[in-house]
Design a protein. Sequence first.
Length: 546
Amino acid sequence: MVVPELCILCGHCVIHCPAKAKHVRDDVPKTKQLFNLKSRVIVSLAPSFASEFPEFSVEEMIFSLKQLGFWAVSETAIGADLVSQNIAKELDALQATGGKQKLFISSACPASVEYIKQYRPSFAPYITETSSPLHAHARYLKEIYGDDVGIVFIGPCIAKKREADVWNIIDSALTFNDLRQWFKKEGLLKKPSTPLDKTKEDFIPFRAGQGSIYPIGGGMIDSLKTYKKLENIRSLSFTGIEQIRESLEGLHNESLKAPLFLELLACEGGCVNGPGTRKGSSLALKTLRVNEYAFTAADRLPETVFETERDLSGSLPIEKKEKTKHSEEDIRHALRSVGKYTREDELNCASCGYDTCRLFAEAMLDDRAEKTMCVSYMRKLAQKKANGLIRAIPGGVVIANADLKIIECNTQFASLIGPDIELMFEAKPGLEGVDLQRIIPFGKYLSDVMTRSGPDRIEKEVVFGKKIFHISVFVIEKESVAGAVIEDVTSPQIQKHRIVKQAKKVIDKNLQVVQKIAFLLGENAAESESILNSIINSFSEDEEEL
């Protein structure tokens, strides 16, 4: 379950949930309603559309969006250019005058801003007070086209939905996945049949500058330097929450000798790899496509844009939440409850939705998470249950891989094979890795069921020394794992069990025969009664005629 007040909208759970149980809110219906409320609705299109829809030219993308009902399309990257110019001007003034603040953190990524303000609040004062590119772009569009226009963001980011909820000037936010589904429903994934007029299908009010390169790691820094050289300010870029967490570890404003600007993007690889994008595509190709698209843009916005002084302040406001602090002993106890006793046991796989096992342990202590959310714990638990069942089965059980090496067996199996194997089992419980063919002559049956075209089950009686075994061989996974249950039919206990079983079969069979006879007798009696009645009726009719 996602706890809204603790969620930073990074989309990590949407991408990694093994059950695909997490879904992004669909704002397409809300956008369609907007068409009825406003005559002009403008798309604020993220520049990463170039990597997400490489099959569309700029003109085709704009044309298709207009076919959905949008009045016009503008690049969110214009807002990115406005942000770059504003921050570059502030940093340039800083390096000229000096100052106590040395650390500056970008406010462009809403998920990164949420992460810092919620989970690393000591760094919150260093986040620049400049708007995000989307917020700046929406303000600019309203300034040019009037307050009555609608603004809908379309891009790779689900955190933009939070921005749309917070800032009234943004009406809704869609992901690229939302757009693709909408295109599909409207039959707009195909290219237009007639050539398009490039003068009509163009961005308003103009193309963006190098704000177009924001979606990739280091893109914002490159854009800043098109407005100011910033020679004495060091700049670093980190992508992904884990990298952000590590980059801030041990970092202090007071320890910096020169100003440092950090560009932080919550998605690994940058916005091109956001949770609202198509998965399975090459990150290298996505990055390359955005680079190529930005290469066709001018370095900067027209100078006339900056002649007007405009307020670009306002990073995403986040309500500060008090967190319960847990002792190290409590955290270690919670970790032990899911089988994590050492640092090596802390896999930090993030399958539970938390970046680290320690954060997951704290969430358990806060009743925000359950043990069953830990994949490694559930896997170990399932293995323990399976092992317990194998040990409890009265017959011999052995499980082997495709090379007929033992994966698991029980003590009954070792006892059936002989005293030498029993000694081996005592030394190495489970006999993992032992070659099955060296200790039993019927290992080939396990190979047979594992073949792609082989049967799923084989039942055989085999002679093993002075014993006769009944073996039930079954496939667990084709070409990978098979198992066998072995019974010594010469054992008095097994013989007694078989006699009882056979006796039950005989009783059941006799009961069925008796029931059948009774049924047939009943059927014959009814038939006889019917014949006799017809004869009586016949005689009665003859007597009446006389």
